[in-house]
Design a protein around this ligand. Structure first.
Ligand code: ATP
Length: 321
């Protein structure tokens, strides 16, 4: 559904020296630098897949999503979405996609949500009965039927976001771009939106790309993630494999029945108390090492932990892995 080959996007940015003198100089001499926001990325997304796009601020996520949605024209590369080139912005393409940006209101601010939806019904030529059934279903699922007659500007952030979702999905798009759909929302609203996205996925099998800084969104919705750093993909694969791929150790914690002095073992002891030890053990040596620890120490309880997925991803963002 989404095919991307060697996609590049550069922005020409004007730079000026700080201060008044710098401003004066820039009136006469303009200095430009080339900012490479996407440096040749390639990937596919299949029907029913929700791909999580992760990266630090400025990594290139929004530029990628906007290019795929046809809002930004790329510098190079090929993109086909349902067989269409997005930046040609053909009606047939626009009818089949949705772009939801949590940071940007897309609905008409002064109209009640229901009027906004009626306008969208006209724009997308949705048959009357289908529209009403769909709107009833979506608003009931999201629990905002009573707010449909309230002006968008008077809704709470969470209510507005739910209306934005309805507006974007009324025409049943086959490709959905979600850019920070739960930003600033409380836990209940975040969960409602996540459940709703999953429900939409199971009913319509769209291809979805989700960017979010909330790991809870990613864990709940995405089996596959792409990590982007400075315009390049550094990981594209299952979320669950990321810890195995990038961490070489597991952490073994031992609670002891009695006090002992730190034992002489061939692994790094990361924390030691009289009745507690935390040991870093290479992944491939965990089973034999734990076996020998159990035999040599008075172990009361034992836990084996992976490094938290959030920590691994953050380290990847920073280029530390
Ligand atoms: N219109 C533009 N003109 C110049 N530079 C731009 C423009 N849009 C984006 N950039 C630059 O391209 C880079 C990628 O920006 P982008 O908005 O795609 O990052 P992001 O990963 O979405 O970040 P965030 O998580 O902060 O939203 C940044 O360095 C940004 O400053």
């Amino acid at each position: 559904m989404i095919e991307v080959r060697n996609l590049k996007k550069s922005f020409r940015v004007h730079v000026k020296k700080p201060g008044l003198l710098g401003s004066m100089r820039s009136l006469f001499v303009r200095n430009w630098v080339e900012k490479h926001a996407l440096k040749g990325v390639s990937f596919n997304v299949e029907p029913g897949e929700i791909v999580g796009l992760l990266g630090a601020n400025g990594a290139g996520k929004t530029t990628l999503v906007k290019t795929l949605a046809g809002i930004v024209y790329p510098s190079d590369g090929d993109v086909k979405i349902l067989g269409h080139v997005p930046w040609e912005r053909k009606n047939e393409f626009r009818r089949q996609i949705a772009l939801i940006m949590g940071q940007k209101a897309q609905l008409w601010w002064d109209l009640p949500a229901e009027d906004c939806f009626l306008l969208l019904r006209e724009i997308y030529s949705i048959p009357r009965q289908k529209f009403h059934d769909k709107l009833n279903f979506l608003s009931e699922t999201l629990g905002i039927t009573e707010q449909l007659n309230i002006q968008i500007r008077r809704l709470s952030l969470g209510e507005r976001m739910k209306m934005e979702l309805i507006a974007a999905l009324l025409h049943e798009p086959r490709v959905v771009f979600l850019d920070e759909p739960t930003i600033g929302l409380d836990f209940t609203a975040q969960k409602a939106i996540r459940d709703f996205i999953l429900q939409y996925r199971s009913q319509h099998q769209p291809a979805m790309i989700l960017t979010s800084h909330y790991m809870e969104d990613i864990k709940a919705l995405c089996k596959r993630i792409i990590i982007i750093r400075e315009g390049e993909f550094i990981y594209d694969g299952p979320l669950q494999n990321i810890v195995n791929t990038y961490t070489k150790h597991k952490i073994v914690s031992l609670h002891l029945e009695k006090e002992i002095s730190p034992p002489n073992i061939p692994h790094e002891i990361v924390a030691a108390e009289p009745q507690f030890l935390k040991i870093k053990i290479p992944r491939d040596q965990v089973a034999p090492s734990v076996n020998s620890l159990l035999q040599s120490l008075p172990v009361a309880d034992l836990t084996i932990e992976e490094q938290a997925i959030e920590d691994v991803i953050e380290a990847l963002f920073r280029g530390e892995m």
